[in-house]
Design a protein around this ligand. Structure first.
Ligand code: T4K
Length: 369
């Protein structure tokens, strides 16, 4: 009998019977959304778990990104990474902001902080880096640049749930950080997201913005949007939190198993695990170079033919997409590292229910070539 397909990720789902009491409570009190009791509980529980003071839940990470830019009244040009999911730079276009792409550091896949200053113009208002695969950006260097030039920093932290940097939450860096709780993420609420803010005033503005700008029944202070998380998603989040430690532990075990099996394969490399970071093993990228017997795309296809659905996150680059490629900063010759990495990457399957036999089947296929 053939093996069932393996996906790049599968959502963690707690036992269904544990979700039923939450649904019964929703049915009983008839509050489905608009800052209901589960929503309030989840905001508090996430602050405690993540080690942050202020968090606003959202319907998804993309609307949270769009709203974060609104909250800080960002306009003009924003320096960002070409190596990310479409939502990162799309959130700029939705705010009529011009993205300015800066190359990545191939050792981390994050925006190369050493190249930011040369991209600053009088129109620059902010930097929007992304903690790629949950690996911290060079947060200190980025903050120094932001302070020097009076820029805001908004982190796309969609991959960074639970990541600790130098002993504390990575989400405490920058002016705002944005999480995604999509089904494919380490912590999921079906769809969902959040903005982490540094003070009560910022959270208040964000909470108004995600509720059409309403402050009370008759006062609307901004052209806000509907970014609210429903009670079903908030309930899912509360239940997921009971399992998050075991989810992260299993992800880390899988990562270690991959690293051990793939350590000495000629033509393959992996990102180093930074010693000052407690990661979340949200993705497991490998990079295929010319010394490997197959091209990246041939290996990707070989895996698919064996029922192993890796993904080329992030290929193509944002800067190569039709809505961005005309920008001066999208020129491939200025984004050499990003191109090299995008043409080499395959993210291997990683999720809590992936068992050791499956991991071994994947690595044996890669090693045996
Ligand atoms: N910023 C960054 C850096 C991001 O990576 C993302 C999202 C965002 C912002 C925006 O956050 P959200 O607005 O999404 O909250 C997926 C996700 O849809 C997307 O959330 C994620 N990044 C991106 C990296 O990956 P696709 O199009 O690759 O997903 P899809 O549907 O092909 O799913 C991948 C695999 O996961 C499937 O082959 C099977 C499995 N899967 C997926 C879903 C949706 C399941 O088993 N169950 C499911 O329900 O974008």
């Amino acid at each position: 009998m053939s093996e069932p397909p393996i996906y790049v990720t599968q959502p963690h789902l707690p036992p269904l019977e544990e979700f039923i009491p939450y649904l019964e409570q929703i049915w009983e009190n008839k509050v489905l959304t608009n800052n209901g009791p589960f929503h309030q509980r989840l905001e508090r529980a996430l602050c405690d778990y993540l080690g942050v003071e202020y968090l606003s839940l959202f319907t998804n990470g993309t609307v949270a990104l769009v709203t974060a830019l609104q909250a800080l009244r960002i306009g003009g040009e924003v320096i960002t990474t070409p190596y990310s999911f479409a939502a990162t730079s799309h959130s700029l276009l939705w705010n009529s902001i011009k993205p300015v792409f800066v190359d990545i550091d191939p050792d981390t896949c994050n925006l190369d902080a050493r190249l930011i200053e040369q991209a600053i113009t009088p129109q620059t208002t902010a930097i929007m880096p992304m903690h790629c695969y949950g690996n911290p950006c060079d947060v200190e260097h980025i903050q120094t640049i932001a302070d020097t030039y009076g820029l805001k920093v908004i982190y796309d932290a969609a991959h960074a749930f639970g990541v600790k940097y130098k002993g504390e939450s990575l989400l405490r860096h920058g002016d705002l950080s944005v999480l995604s709780f999509h089904a494919t993420k380490v912590f999921n609420t079906f769809e969902g997201g959040a903005i982490i803010s540094p003070d009560a005033k910022s959270k208040k503005r964000i909470d108004h913005l995600k509720n059409f700008g309403f402050v009370d029944q008759v006062t609307v202070v901004a052209p806000g949007i509907n970014g609210k998380m429903s009670e079903v998603s908030a309930a899912m989040g509360l239940l997921q939190l009971d399992y998050i430690d075991s989810v992260l532990a299993r992800r880390n075990e899988i990562e270690l198993r991959y690293r051990a099996a793939l350590a000495d394969v000629e033509g393959l490399s992996m990102l180093e695990q930074p010693s000052d970071t407690k990661g979340n093993a949200s993705y497991f990228p490998i990079f295929v170079d010319a010394n490997y017997p197959l091209s990246r795309d041939a290996l990707y296809q070989k895996l698919i033919d064996a029922g192993i659905n890796g993904r080329r996150y992030f290929y193509p680059l944002l800067s190569d997409m039709p809505m961005y490629r005309g920008l001066p900063s999208a020129k491939p010759e200025a984004l050499l590292a990003a191109h090299r990495v995008a043409n080499a990457v395959i993210c291997l399957p990683i999720y809590p229910s992936l068992n050791n036999e499956q991991v071994d089947r994947i690595t044996e296929l890669i090693v045996s070539l």
